[in-house]
Design a protein around this ligand. Structure first.
Ligand SMILES: Nc1ncnc2c1ncn2[C@@H]1O[C@H](COP(=O)(O)OP(=O)(O)OP(=O)(O)O)[C@@H](O)[C@H]1O
Length: 257
């Protein structure tokens, strides 16, 4: 057993289902994540990953199922989920583009209700953790994609939540920046936060994830380590171990997609 899983789970989803009209985005999915653990949810476009993150973060309610924080049922307490679970969606929107990095963080810290006496130190800490200190005075509109992704993560860290959800954290960034962001994610997990990561970059998942759950058409079709996924895929290579991408593609193929 993974050592981290001997602790108490921070966040648990039990049999969560969600429909958009007639479209069953999630059907009875369950997961749990532990302090310091990086759980990666992978799956094809439209599998339901973002929907799952939104429910876990209290951005929307599930139609069915329960959401627990430290064993307490918080299914209908979206504000409690929101206080304990930060979500980082990334992308080019979501900040005041004509304001500086620092002003944006001050604004969001205020919005999050971080007490004024703590704001400065928290902002300095997240700027340091995300290597943004030297860019604090830059306008958001002047940031490269890599710096913008780091700003998204910095905002996600501000609330100091025990759970951090990362949706495609290296989407659109260059290789060097992606490596730096992955190092940062490892550091965050080492600090004790539970992380749920979604990514289509399977080499990244391979590098980061303690455990993988494969979401396919709203169902979890696999849970385990990279090696276990290779085993489940039945893919055999004689020259070297199969990469996660190879095993994933073989498994998806068997699932029909
Ligand atoms: N707001 C919405 N209204 C209607 N349907 C939606 C909405 N959001 C998602 N869906 C549908 O729900 C399903 C799951 O979508 P979701 O975005 O959760 O998948 P995903 O795994 O995150 O996909 P991707 O990898 O492309 O980001 C898809 O069929 C999608 O079209």
């Amino acid at each position: 057993m993974n050592e981290k899983r001997k602790l108490r789970p921070v966040l648990q989803l039990q049999n969560v289902a969600k429909k958009y009209g007639d479209d069953q985005a999630l059907a009875a999915v369950s997961l749990d994540v532990y302090p310091g653990e990086i759980l990666s949810v992978i799956g094809p476009n439209g599998a339901g990953k973002t929907t799952l993150l939104q429910i876990a973060a209290g951005y929307m309610t599930a139609d069915e199922g329960r959401v627990f924080l430290y064993d307490k049922d918080r299914t209908n307490q979206l504000n409690v989920l929101n206080r304990h679970v930060a979500v980082v969606f990334g992308g080019s929107r979501g900040f005041y583009r004509n304001s500086s990095v620092l002003s944006n963080l001050v604004f969001f810290a205020t919005l999050m209700g971080i007490p004024q006496k703590e704001r400065k130190s928290r902002i300095e800490k997240v700027l340091g953790d995300t290597a943004l200190l030297e860019h604090a005075d830059k306008k958001v509109s002047a940031l490269s994609m890599g710096l913008l992704q780091r700003l998204h993560i910095a905002r996600g860290l501000l609330k100091e939540t025990p759970v951090l959800l990362l949706d495609e954290p290296t989407n659109g960034v260059d290789a060097k920046t992606a490596v730096a962001i992955r190092q940062l994610i490892k550091k965050i997990a080492l600090g004790g936060r539970a992380i749920i990561l979604t990514s289509h970059q399977l080499h990244e998942v391979s590098d980061l994830a303690d455990r993988i759950q494969l979401l396919y058409q709203g169902h979890f079709s696999f849970e385990g380590s990279v090696a276990e996924l290779a085993e489940a895929s039945g893919l055999k290579r004689i020259d070297r171990p199969a990469t996660l991408e190879e095993s994933y593609l073989a498994l998806i193929d068997q699932l029909g997609g």
